[in-house]
Design a protein around this ligand. Sequence first.
Ligand code: FES
Ligand code: FE2
Length: 399
Amino acid sequence: MNLQELIARQRPGWSLEQPFYTSAEIYDLERKTWLARQWYVLGHSSEVRESGSFIVRDLLGESLIIVRGNDGTVRGFFNVCRHRGSRICDADGKAASLMCPYHAWTYRLDGTLRSAPALPEGIDTSQLGLRPAPVKEIGGVILGSLQGELESLEPVRQALEPALIYHGVPNARIAARRHYPTRGNWKLVMENFMECYHCFPAHPEYCSVMRHVDALGRVSSDGAARWQQTLEEWLRNQANPDSPIGNQQFNFTAPVQSYGATRAPIGGGCKTQTKDGEPAAPLMGEQSRFDGGVSTLRIDPFVYIAALNDYVRLFQFLPTGPETTDVVLTWLVDGEAREPDVDIEKLVWLWDVTTVQDKALIERNAAGIRSTAYSPGPYSTLESMPAQFVGRYLRELAL
Ligand code: FES
Ligand SMILES: [Fe+2]
C-alpha cells in the first residue's frame, strides 16, 4: 500500500495504524520531510556562553555544531567538512576556529573557510564554508531544525522572548540534566505528553502537586468550569501582575508551527513544583515574589518550556529512530544561585519521577502496538490534544 492511501484511510479521532509507530520506511520519510521542518530545543545559552564555545548535538541523525561567534551570535553548522566530508568536532569545546582533524582545513566561527593548505589555483574558497543549519538563540534557549525557516521564528521570538527574559532564562545556569532514552516511536512519546487521561492511573506524584488534574484529569460535569474559576481568581488576586504572559494566555497558529504561552497556578498553596510545595532554589529573573504559578511556553509539538518561580524546565524530545526517542530534561536555576540554596534532588523530583513513569508507559504502549492484534482505538474526550496532533501530522505529511 502506498503512503498516501495509508494516510487517507486513517480514521479521525482514532490512534494511528501500526506502521506509523514502527515502520523504518515511514520514519525515514518523516526524518527527511516533516520532522526536518520542525523546531527542537538543542540547548541553553550557558552551554555556549563565550565566543568560540561550541556544542555538538545530534538531530534526526545529523550531527550539528552550535557555536557562538565573535559577534555574539549563536550559529549552527552541519558537522561535515567541506574538503572530503570528515566529522570536524567530536565533543563540546572552545576554540578560536574550528579545525578538521583530517587535513587541517580551518573554519572561522561564522563558518567561512579560513585556511586549506595546498589547494590548487582557481578554487573559490568563499564557496567552501560549512553548511549552515537553522539555529537560533531565543531568550536563552537554543532552538534548531534541519529545514525550518529562520524567518518563521521571528514572530515566535517576539511572542516568547519577553516571558523567557522575565523568568531569567538567558542568565540561568543548568542545575541538572537527565536523559530518558525511550523505546517507542516519537509519536507515542508526544501523544503521551499531550494528554492527562493517564495522570490519575499512572502519576500519583504529579496528581498530588498539580491541582488542575482534579478538574481536568477526569470527566466531571463542572470540572472545566471549576478550573476556569480557580484560574481567573488566581490571575486576579495572586499572580504576579507584571508577567508578560499575564492573563493573556496566547496561542498562535502559523503556517509552519503553532506556538503559545499560558500561565496557571499549581494550586493547593504550592509555591513551586516540589514535594512540599516550598522552593528548591532562589526566585528567578524579574519576578517580584513567589506567586505559585507555572508558565508554559511552546512551539508545537517538540519545544516545551515550563517556568516556575524558582526553576525552569526545558523538555527535549528527539526522535532517534523508528522506535526510539530521546527525552532529555534540563533544570535551570538563577545563574548566581549556588548550593545550599539550590536543592537539586528537590527540584528534579516531580518531573524525574513522572518521566520515569512516562518512559515505562510509552514502552509498554510500543510493545503492544508491535502485536498483530493491535488496531487503532478511539481517543477519549480527555485526549483531544493528541487527536488534534495526529490529525495535523497526517495532513502535513500528506502534502
Ligand atoms: S576532510 Fe576535513 S580537512 Fe580533509
Ligand atoms: Fe505522563
